[in-house]
Design a protein around this ligand. Structure first.
Ligand SMILES: O=P(O)(O)OC[C@H]1O[C@H](OP(=O)(O)OP(=O)(O)O)[C@H](O)[C@@H]1O
Ligand SMILES: Nc1ncnc2[nH]cnc12
Length: 174
């Protein structure tokens, strides 16, 4: 079944060369998001393989698109990890590099109870900079990252090696 979902999803991911910078092949998921049955099947797959968790965490912005419906499917809350300056209360924050730039991520300091088990959801694992920075924030906040779940992994960028102590799940591998 997941093989079937994987091939349907892969057919709806579009390669855009030299975006946003020369040399990067951007994996555009908007065709997949625009196909209701495939989008629903992907969310169902991510939810079905999830460990038991208290919360789902997603990273701005594409991690929100996948993470929030996974949280709803699991019947748990959703915590946004946002780019700097968007959260109104006290935050934990961390700078990081990604495949085509650098940024700062933040999470509300009180978003998770101490010891909460969380599932991290995002669309792409590339260099792993975004995911590693997120794990660091969550662990600083006292959470336990039960697993990280991605729609796809760009394995040639070896992001998985930055998450070596964690469970990493991906539907598609390039
Ligand atoms: O493994 P990495 O090299 O860190 O790259 C992966 C990250 O890059 C993209 O986010 P981006 O910062 O482009 O933000 P967006 O979701 O707002 O488009 C993607 O959604 C991941 O979060
Ligand atoms: N090649 C890529 N395509 C889409 N999102 C990404 N995030 C990091 N690298 C990416």
């Amino acid at each position: 079944m997941s093989g079937d979902i994987a091939s349907r999803a892969a057919a709806l991911v579009r390669d855009v060369p030299d975006y946003p910078t020369p040399g990067v092949v951007f994996k555009d998921i908007t065709p997949l998001l625009g196909d209701g049955p495939t989008f629903a099947a992907v969310i169902g797959h991510l939810a079905q393989q999830a460990p038991e968790v208290d919360l789902v965490v997603g990273m701005e912005a594409r991690g929100f698109i996948l993470g929030a419906p996974v949280a709803v499917a699991l019947g748990v809350g959703f915590v946004p990890v946002r780019k700097a300056g968007k959260l109104p209360r006290e935050t934990l924050s961390g700078a990081y590099d990604l495949e085509y730039g650098s940024a700062v991520l933040e999470v509300h300091r009180d978003a998770m109870a101490h010891g909460a088990r969380v599932l991290v959801v995002d669309d792409v694992l590339a260099t792993g900079g975004t995911a590693a920075a997120t794990v660091e924030l969550l662990e600083q906040a006292g959470s336990k990252v039960a697993a990280l779940s991605f729609l796809m992994e760009l394995s040639f960028l070896e992001g998985r090696s930055r998450l070596a102590d964690h469970v990493v799940q991906t539907l598609l591998t390039y």
